[in-house]
Design a protein around this ligand. Sequence first.
Ligand SMILES: [Fe+2]
Length: 205
Amino acid sequence: MTGRAADSPRPPPDVASAPRPTGARVITLPPWAVVSDGRRSHIARVVEVIAIWAAALALPAVERAAWEDAARWHDALRDAPEAMLRAILGDDARDAGLDAAILHGPAAAARLVADGERRADVLDAVRWHTIGSVTWDRTGQALYMADFLEPGRTFARAERAALAERVPRDFEGAFRDVVQMRVRWAVNAGKPLAPQTVALWNAAR
Ligand SMILES: [Fe+2]
């Protein structure tokens, strides 16, 4: 269904003919990246999902580049050893009590800053993509959704595909539902929720 709202400035994307992410896109990662082949394919699919949304939304080039860069870099250190991540973050990780599972986001953001990256939306998207942030703008929200909705994940395929198709038509509504779905899956899997995730859950209700 692709019903058009009366005040919609342009037709909604034609879902049936929209390009599908394949993970085949060749992506260039920073030289400090530590990723397996499987991870690289996941990153490529997240970039593809984000690029499809950016095109459907006709985003300005600056915002589109921010979304795609955040997607490209978010898991650049996902397969790095914990000791390396803690060495990159130094006292920041210890002081913040950061759990091992989320270190790769803040560590990648730190490396990007060292490389000269200054876009706050890109850095915050990468930094908090695992646990979420209530202060995100659309860059962080888009990455949070694309990371979860990319089609290479094998669970809840139909529900996630429907959410991915909804994003260009109803970005805020889809984000709320993705937050709730991600938190639900984390709770069902017995994973602890970071305070930032709880705050995001409360803000998205
Ligand atoms: Fe990811």
